[in-house]
Structures are given as C-alpha cells and as structure tokens.
Design a protein around this ligand. Structure first.
Ligand code: GLC
Ligand code: MG
Length: 532
C-alpha cells in the first residue's frame, strides 16, 4: 500500500437506497441479490465505492433506520449468504462496499429496548435515555423530535419518559454508557471482519446529549413553512463537546483494520462541521459536506460556498462534496434538468471525494407522490409542507419494461412516469445523454489525476459564470460553468483560458481549440486542458 486510505481520497462514492435499486424476488422491494445483478452498471459508470443505506433486521418504521438486530440482514433484503456474495462480487469488480451504521438509536423492537422497558432495574435500562416526568407530568424538557412532536415518549408501565430524536419507534441509545459503546464497536468489528470497507455513520452529531438535559433555546428565525422541530435550536440535544470522544473511538475501531473509511452524516454550520475531522484528524475521514444540497444555484453563491469550505478545512483534512441523498430533493428538480448536467460537472471536478446518489446519473427527478401513496413517516407526521422523502427514493429506472425493469411486482413506491424514455438502457444508447456525461466525467477524473488530487484555485468571473482551475501532476485544467440558460462569451486573452476542450456537458466539443474567446452555450460547462 502506498498511501493508506488513498482510495477514499481519489475514489468516487455512489449511494444505493436498497429498497429502490433492484428487486430480484418479486416482492416489489429492492434487495441484495438485485444489487449484485446491477453491479455491471456501476462498473460501467466507473464509480469506486458503494454505500448501502441500512439492510439490517428492522420493522421498517423508518425504512431500516430503525434497527432491531445490528448483525442480522433483514429477510426483505435477503440472507447473510446473499450479503457475503455481495461483498465478494463487489470486491471482485473492484468496488469497495460501505455500510450504514445507525448508532444513535435502535428500533423499539430491539431486544435491548424490549428489556430496558421491562423495569427501572433492568440491566439494559441505562442503555437508553429515561427521565422522570416534569412537575406537571409532562415531558422532562422542551426537546422536539425531528419527525414532529415532543422527543419524549411516556412509558406507562415504568412511569418514565424515553428520548427519541426521531420516531417514537426509534429510542435513542445512551452513549454516555460504556456498555453501549462497547456493543456498537463490536458491531463495527463484526462487519469490518466480513470485509466491508467502512461506514457512513447516521446522525453522528446527535450521539451525545447535554448531561443536564437543559431546555433548548427558541429559534428566532423560525417561520411556519419550516418543519416544527426547527422552532427550537438543538443547542443541548446535539453536537455536544463529548461527542468527539465517541467519534475518535469509532475511528480507532475502524483503524484496527487496514485501509477502511469512516464517513459521518452531519448537518451543521461549516465551523462546527470541521470539528468532526477530529483532533489531530483522528475523527471522521469524511464528515459529509452537504453545502451544495441547499445552495442557491447561482455562480457567485457556489463560488463562495466552495471558497468558504476550502478555507475552513483544517490542515491535512480531505474535502468531499455531495449533490443528493435519500433525505433531500433530487438535484435535477432543485436546479432543473439542464443545470443537472452542469451540477454533475461541478461535483466531479471539484477538489474532494464526490458522492453520487443513485439515479442522479440518469437525471431522475423528484417524483410527486399522491397523499394516499405516501410511505415516509416524516411526511405522515408533518404533512403538507413538503418534507416528504419518498419523491427522491423512487425505483431506479433501468429500462422501458414494465416498472422500469425494477420489479415484476407492484413496486413499494411508484415509478416515475417518464421511465419509458429516462432509463439506463435508453440513455446508454443516446451518446449525448446525461448518463454518458456522467460516464465521461468519471473517465476524465480517472485519466486526469489532477482532478482527484490537484489544487483548487478560483478564477475571478462575473454573472452566471463559475470559473476555477485544478492544478498538479504537470497539468492545469480550467473548468468553466455557465449557470444560466443564456450563452456567454469570455475573452481568453490574458485569462489563461487558452487550451483544448477536454469535455463539454453537451458532449460535442472534445478537442476544440480555444484561443480567441471561449463561447459557452446556455447551461454549458466545459473542462479545458493545457500542459503546465
Ligand atoms: C438520517 C437518515 C434518515 C433517517 C434519520 C433517522 O438522517 O439519513 O434517512 O430518517 O437519520 O435515522
Ligand atoms: Mg425484493
């Protein structure tokens, strides 16, 4: 091994939402064998690592983010043999495999919780967070559940409340209890021992709560179109200083094995996010950077977001970028189908590990879900303000066959109605499709290592134009992105823009020489190459 961990720096990650990728057994829900069948798509695409949302034993109240057995595979997804086959098939195909670790909470059906709620004296009682009612019998404090209502659920049998940051069916574990830590670290060792290449840790910034359970302060910026839990700030319920001790311990477990990666799901302001790299970088290798998920799609905003992020990185920290995931609206709907191609070029030419979300490579958009079809518990609890996550979790569109080739049965979630055209088979054949753009961008990132490892330098630009340079390895690449649908012309004299177009988002200008001026069509991005 040359530089330990180089694969997660230079590689490209791809998130699979297993319920929606490929059904193999005709129950309308995607499964592990389905993923194995579809690995060739990922190999053709050229990604290096796949991250699976949870596949563990679960009552599925939050579709697997409520785990009842951390070392069991849910029968809906298959068996442990299927999983072992997936690890082998992925590795044989040169793909790393990352699992989702959900340590903040279990299912209320987990044996630990079933025991804990038996009595106040149960040895597992302190594995969860129990508090006496307030003087008036109400919840112990004002903390709110992210999925609506109080974060405290009263247990009549034992006369105390338990804390749940999400659904009442997802009681939070007590990470101040060393027995909880030991148990989850052993879960990690179990999967790492099976050969998985790392974890994406669910809501890692939530793990430790205030020891005194102080009331959270009101959010002065709250307005009624936002989810109700945002009425209070999570000052005492998340991102506590002691969480970094836990992150460092998790990192140490991962480091017991060669060349594995620790990724953290973290929605926090930049300066707080950076702390999750850990002291002396002994924290998460990749604290997910979600800045682009909520970015206003304007050149100057994106330029500032990238500059701020680059500037905030502690020495030695490796950047990363994310355009979509299973909790946020699809990028193609956020920025529009035309700009989705520009967004792809941005993601795959920025400095830092990119994570793709399944379906974004074929331009899947946010699918409208009829009220009677809603599956997401968040939308069910907090209806009508657009928090629903079903629309970004619809079945992958493989072909023009019934149900887009996803299943032979009724799919668990509706298939987008544009699938007869927007599917992998069709877009593969269309040489200028977004799918072929993704493939070309990934190829470019492989053949021009400067895109993975070179420095990032912004270049001053006006209006809707975003310009930056990647430099290293004896090469200088300039990336010019037009974030508007109007054409734009840039004089290249003195701007260092002269060179050869290596790739346009329209896939029709390779090899074009640029010297007098660079003309970009509306919604076009280009990568321009020249030797250093
Ligand atoms: C994370 C997951 C989300 C889940 C929540 C609770 O944010 O990404 O899907 O609902 O945690 O586990
Ligand atoms: Mg199935």
């Amino acid at each position: 091994m040359t530089e330990s961990g180089a694969w997660w720096r230079e590689g490209i990650f791809y998130q699979i939402y297993p319920r929606s990728f490929q059904d193999s057994d005709g129950d309308g829900v995607g499964d592990i064998t389905g993923i194995i069948h579809r690995l060739p798509h990922l190999m053709t695409l050229g990604v290096d690592a796949i991250w699976l949302s949870p596949i563990f034993t679960s009552p599925m109240a939050d579709f697997g983010y409520d785990i009842a057995d951390y070392t069991g595979i849910d029968p809906l997804f298959g068996t442990m043999d299927d999983f072992d086959a997936l690890v082998k098939a992925a590795h044989d195909g040169g793909l790393k495999l990352i699992l989702d670790l959900v340590p903040n909470h279990t299912s209320d059906q987990h044996s630990w919780f079933l025991q804990a709620r038996q009595s106040r004296d149960d040895p597992h009682r302190d594995w969860y967070i129990w508090r006496d009612p307030a003087a008036d019998g109400g919840p112990p404090n004002n903390w709110l559940s992210e999925f609506g209502g109080s974060a405290w659920q009263f247990d009549t049998e034992t006369g105390q409340y338990y804390y749940h940051a999400f659904l009442a069916q997802q009681p939070d574990l007590n990470w101040r209890n060393p027995a909880v830590r030991a148990a989850i670290y052993n879960v990690m060792r179990f999967w790492l021992g099976k050969g998985v290449d790392g974890f994406r840790v669910d809501v890692i910034w939530h793990l430790i709560k205030d020891a005194e359970f102080r009331d959270n302060p009101a959010n002065p910026d709250y307005h009624g179109e936002r989810p109700p839990h945002e009425q209070i700030l999570s000052r005492y319920s998340a991102d506590q200083p002691e969480v970094h001790e836990v992150v460092a311990e998790m990192r140490a477990v991962v480091d017991e094995f060669d060349d594995r990666v620790l990724i953290g799901e973290i929605y926090l302001p930049l300066e707080r996010l950076m702390t999750y790299f850990g002291k002396d970088l002994g924290g998460a290798h990749l604290p997910f950077n979600f800045a682009l998920l909520s970015a206003p799609w304007h050149a100057r905003d994106i330029e500032r977001i990238v500059a701020d992020y680059e500037a905030a990185l502690p020495p030695g920290a490796w950047p990363n970028w994310v355009l979509g995931n299973h909790d946020r609206p699809r990028v193609a709907s956020r920025v529009g189908a035309e700009q989705a191609r520009v967004a792809a070029m941005l993601l795959l030419t920025l400095r830092g590990t990119p994570t793709l979300y399944y379906g974004d490579e074929i331009g899947m958009h946010q699918v409208p879900i009829a009220p009677a079809q809603v599956r997401d518990p968040f939308e069910k609890n907090v209806p009508g303000i657009g928090v629903g996550r079903d629309g970004c979790r619809t079945p992958m569109q493989w072909s023009a066959l019934a149900q887009a080739g996803f299943t032979q049965a009724v799919p668990w979630l509706t298939v987008a109605d544009d699938y007869t055209h927007e599917n992998v088979v069709n877009l593969s054949a269309d040489l200028r499709s977004i799918l072929n753009l993704y493939r070309a961008l990934i190829r470019l990132r492989k053949t021009h290592r400067v895109l993975a490892t070179g420095s990032y330098r912004p270049v001053a630009a006006q209006g809707d134009l975003l310009l930056y340079r990647r430099e290293g390895d004896g090469e200088v690449l300039t990336i010019a992105l037009n974030l508007a649908d109007e054409p734009v012309s840039i004089a290249t004299e003195g701007s260092g823009l002269a060179g050869t177009i290596l790739l346009s988002t329209w896939l029709d200008r390779d090899g074009e020489r640029i010297d007098g001026a660079l003309d970009l069509r509306g919604n076009e991005g280009v990568v321009i190459g020249r030797s250093a």
